[in-house]
Design a protein around this ligand. Structure first.
Ligand code: MRU
Length: 370
């Protein structure tokens, strides 16, 4: 998507320098910084410390991390060790495991001397597939927005609430939850996006707002606790969020606070959609509450917030007493029964085993674990 007049992806291979580049998201919206990733440790740090974040993008970054390592050491040991080091960085988004498994299965069939080239090719394909998946999510999701718009007065916007950043910065391009919004804008359908700030790390306030502003999408930043009130007063037409891992039965694990939005949506009869490319489905699990590991991040993300001072310095400030520890589960699970539908690259389906299997019949849904 656009940054100023330039089209960017969130990760790319720079032919001129033969380096993999990312947008370092820690400094947005105040500074736009592009950095190169060079070592396996840098790739791991970039994912763990959230220079890049969002389920599809951490998968793409891990794929390039494997490729870069194959340049240095294409041995089986190096491939296995890289899978392990990168897999340990963040536990919840299944796209990470998906991308690492994909890379390993392609590369392990090749002799070591052929691995580096094949790895860069496959990493680039994973990125291109993500872009196309997300574009198609927008094509399908647009129909939901179009239907709602039919009941509006001319010029009256469809009001969409979203949580966290499931935008182009969280993917390689387009975003998942945001793709229908960008497609609606292109189709000339007026929309207004309610952007949850998304404590503790404020991905909504920092990243989604920046994306919306950059593309001229009408939006307002709201505190996380405002969504229920807006729904009670008829000011939200639809909720669209992303997901880090969706079970084969349609439970959805996304940024902490998503579950509360789904409860409020249910209580107020507001449709609650989840947008996802298929690598975000974990076909091996069926019970989100039992089977999805929830990342626990450092408590300092709760006790401190980052912002920009008047002199332009970006810094952290403490907001709670010295003696108060933070507790920081980073994701929660929204049971399938609260989800109106899943928007995938193949179309929209019910959040259920039957719904997903209807769109992805070859995946073979897992038997429930004992
Ligand atoms: O902790 P983050 O910022 O990586 O969490 C991101 C989210 O929760 C997104 O909603 C999810 O990854 C879907 S991204 C298309």
């Amino acid at each position: 998507m656009r940054v100023g007049d330039t089209h960017y992806r969130s990760i790319w291979f720079d032919e001129a320098t033969s380096e993999v580049k990312i947008i370092d998201q820690r400094w947005l919206p105040h500074e736009f910084r592009v950095v190169s990733l060079k070592t396996r440790e840098e790739y791991a740090a970039a994912i763990r410390d959230m220079w890049v974040r969002g389920a599809p993008l951490i998968g793409a970054t891990a794929a390039y991390g494997v490729a870069d390592q194959m340049k240095r050491d294409p041995s089986d040991t190096s491939l296995d060790e890289t899978w392990k080091v990168l897999h340990e960085t963040r536990p919840t988004a299944v796209n990470l495991r998906w991308a690492l498994d994909d890379m390993r299965s392609v590369l392990s069939q090749l002799p070591p001397e052929k691995r580096a080239e094949a790895a860069f090719r496959r990493a680039a394909e994973i990125c291109d597939e993500d872009v196309e998946n997300n574009r198609m999510i927008g094509v399908h999701g647009l129909e939901i927005v179009r239907e709602i718009a039919k009941n509006k007065a001319p010029g009256e916007p469809v009001r969409i609430l979203t949580h966290c950043n499931a935008g182009w910065l969280a993917t390689v391009d387009w975003g998942t939850a945001t793709s229908p919004m960008y497609h609606a804008m292109e189709a000339g359908i007026p929309i207004h996006v309610w952007v949850d700030e998304t404590r503790p790390r404020n991905q909504g306030a920092l990243l989604t707002s920046w994306e919306m502003a950059g593309h001229g999408v009408p939006h307002s930043l709201i505190v996380d606790n405002a969504g229920g009130h807006l729904m009670q007063h008829g000011q939200v037409d639809v909720v669209i969020v992303g997901t880090d891992r969706t079970t084969a039965a349609g439970d959805v694990c996304n940024k902490i606070g998503t579950y509360l939005k789904a409860l409020a949506a249910k209580d107020n009869g507001v449709p609650f959609y989840v947008a996802l490319p298929s690598p975000t489905v974990d076909w091996t699990v069926t019970d989100g509450l039992r089977d999805i590991p929830i990342e626990e991040r450092d408590g300092s993300e709760v006790t401190h917030v980052q912002g920009k001072l008047e002199d332009g310095t970006i810094t952290q400030v403490q907001i709670s007493p010295d003696a108060t520890p933070g507790h920081n589960p980073a994701f929660d699970v929204t049971p399938a029964r609260l989800v109106t539908g899943l928007i995938t690259e193949r179309g929209i389906c019910e959040a259920s085993m039957e719904g997903l299997a209807g769109l992805f019949p070859k995946q073979g849904v897992a038997e429930p674990a004992e």
